[in-house]
Design a protein around this ligand. Sequence first.
Ligand SMILES: [Fe+2]
Ligand SMILES: [Fe+2]
Length: 248
Amino acid sequence: MSLYAIGDLHLHFQTDLKAKAQLKDRVWKNHEQKVQKYCAEMIQPEDTLVLVGDHSWGRSFEECVQDLQFIAELPGHKILLRGNHDMFWDAKKTQMLNERYAGKLLFLQDNFYPYEDYALVGTKGFCFEGPFYLNRRGQIVGWDEEKAEHAKKLVDRELERLHISFETARAAGYRRYIMFLHYPPTSILEDESPFTAMAEEYGAEQVIYAHSHGESRFHDSILGEKNGIRYSLVSGDYLKWKPMKVLE
Ligand SMILES: [Fe+2]
Ligand SMILES: [Fe+2]
């Protein structure tokens, strides 16, 4: 039995994406087929696959039905996290989605899912992405204060949701955690954050995140070991569409 993760499939079976820059980069060419092929090769029915947000470009639930169906047909137990582009999934609709897809998909929000003696916990998260002001050498010399202030509010809300996820798992008797975020755990101005602090407080063994696309964004946050926690980026284009094995 194994645990896998991948994020940012950005499926668009029902959405016309001609204007999106995504399609211009070669890595996205037929990416759905690559995901399907690697999952079929690697994942057994008893395995678990966590999809770390940004599942679909659809702007409503109706526009995401085929994308969710594609995910439901991948092998293994599928656990989904909210991404910033997942318009079909208002946090308040989580229970409705879990009922609608019972036996097919599990939606992770204000709850947790067990994997052997681990609790899989998580939330969308948030990090400040600018606008930044740069000097001629491309170094950051300032940023939009108003947007930074707003970002703090979103971080606080997401921290509360993450706290609920950890506490629900703890109340159920779990003491080992794998923590999932859609956004990177730190912004590019930070080397620690309230999210990394919470991971350390609960003793999470791994933090797994996505959202960073394209070569220039892959090193926006922590990669590898820090303070006893392993941090991994699993955005699909970073992994070249091959899910990462999180646990044996
Ligand atoms: Fe994304
Ligand atoms: Fe994203």
